[in-house]
Ligand binder design. Structure first.
Ligand code: NDP
Ligand code: GDR
Length: 324
């Protein structure tokens, strides 16, 4: 019999990639959808899965809607991807970020305890929790030192997942994912901001792109590769936590160089620094060690930073070309 999966954050970047992956595995996929004033389903259309995902209305802040979603979907697996996920915004809306990205995780876990504590649970933890780390390469045991309200909120989600595993025997796994991107990445994140700008500059629709700290370094992978790791965690005999990363790090500057040279341009002619885009506290460098995921899950990243940025630039060139 096919399994049922409920995905929160179905309208974000990762939700649709995970939904597509699970549909291909034969799952019945339910998407938990927060009501917004405008249409937020464009990514499901982009991946051609809009008719294959069953939508259930609800909000992470509303426990009753989570309980109803678990009952309606008869979920075997829950992937909690919903969050206020933009680090920059978390200083402007720290309380909302704490509630949605942090406290809401306990709502999902409580709903599981109430409805069926055999449901397997995936929590979207993050490398942002490492923050101001002194380790040159970060693994599951590296001490956390978050630098943003977002990172702090995610730490709550991380530890409450571990706590419900230890307290109530819930099959809860936290994936500590490093930055992952794709052609459907939100435009506010730096990779997509740059690949979109590259396309607009190439077609004469934009002159410059304004960035903040371009010396920050990140371990960037492809979202399509990373959703498989989420699923693999829930297929193991025992719940556990895993770092998911490529094991390579690049500066924002190097990422810009890659994106602009893809269309034959020099990033130095187009990138301007806007000090307003500097963050109140920066995470200077992240580099993940995916050894445990490789050994225990048999997972490894398939896409390099260069391949990723080029496929994103290609998708943005196509989009901008077709714009009226
Ligand atoms: P996105 O920001 O693209 O998506 C976030 C999703 O959460 C959206 O579907 C959004 O809905 C939904 N959401 C926000 N608030 C609520 C709410 N109150 N109730 C229900 N749904 C809500 O994130 P990604 O897809 O990039 O990331 C998925 C998860 O993984 C997030 O938790 C993120 O923090 C985490 N993560 C991401 C990494 C990355 O590099 N992408 C790395 C590590 C962790 P709407 O569109 O309607 O606002
Ligand atoms: P991050 O991603 O904060 O790592 O969080 P983002 O792409 O926003 O920033 C990466 C780095 O680039 C620097 N930067 C800029 N960032 C943005 N957005 N815009 C700019 O103009 C700019 N200029 C320089 C940033 O300062 C930073 O150092 C992402 C999110 O998906 C989180 O939800 C997730 O948990 C982490 O990745 C892992």
């Amino acid at each position: 019999m096919s399994k049922n999966a409920l995905i929160t954050g179905i309208t974000g970047q990762d939700g649709p990639y995970l939904a597509k992956f699970l549909i291909e595995k034969g799952y019945n996929v339910y998407g938990f959808l927060a009501r917004r004033g405008s249409d937020t389903l464009w990514r499901l259309r982009y991946l051609n899965i809009i008719d294959d995902v069953k939508i259930i209305d609800g909000d992470l802040l509303d426990l009753s809607s989570l309980i109803r979603a678990l009952e309606t979907s008869k979920a075997d697996e829950v992937y909690n991807l919903a969050a206020q996920s933009f680090v920059g915004t978390s200083w402007q809306q720290p309380i909302l970020t704490t509630q949605v990205t942090g406290f809401s995780v306990v709502n999902v876990l409580e709903a599981i305890r109430i409805v069926n504590n055999k449901i397997k649970f995936y929590q979207a933890s993050t490398s942002e929790m490492f923050g101001k780390t002194s380790e040159t390469i970060q693994c599951e045991d590296t001490v956390f030192h978050p630098r943003s309200p977002y990172g702090v909120a995610k730490m709550f989600g991380h530890y409450i997942t571990i706590n419900y595993r230890e307290s109530f025997n819930i099959f809860g796994c936290a994936g500590i994912l490093f930055n992952h991107e794709s052609p459907i990445r939100g435009i506010e994140f730096v990779t997509r901001k740059v690949t979109d700008a590259v396309a607009r500059i190439k077609y004469g629709k934009q002159k410059k792109v304004y960035l903040g700290n371009i010396d920050a370094q990140r371990d960037w992978g492809y979202a399509k590769d990373y959703v498989e790791a989420m699923w693999l965690m829930l297929q193991q005999d025992k719940p556990d936590d895993y770092v998911v990363a490529t094991g390579k790090t690049f500066s924002v500057r190097e990422m810009c160089e890659t994106a602009f040279s893809y269309v034959g341009l020099n990033y130095k002619d187009y990138v301007e620094i806007d000090p307003k885009l500097y963050r109140p506290a920066e995470v200077e460098r992240l580099l993940g060690n995916p050894k445990k995921a490789k050994e225990k899950l048999g997972w490894e990243a398939k896409t390099s930073m260069k391949e990723l940025i080029e496929l994103m630039a290609e998708a943005d060139l196509e989009r901008v070309k077709n714009e009226r």
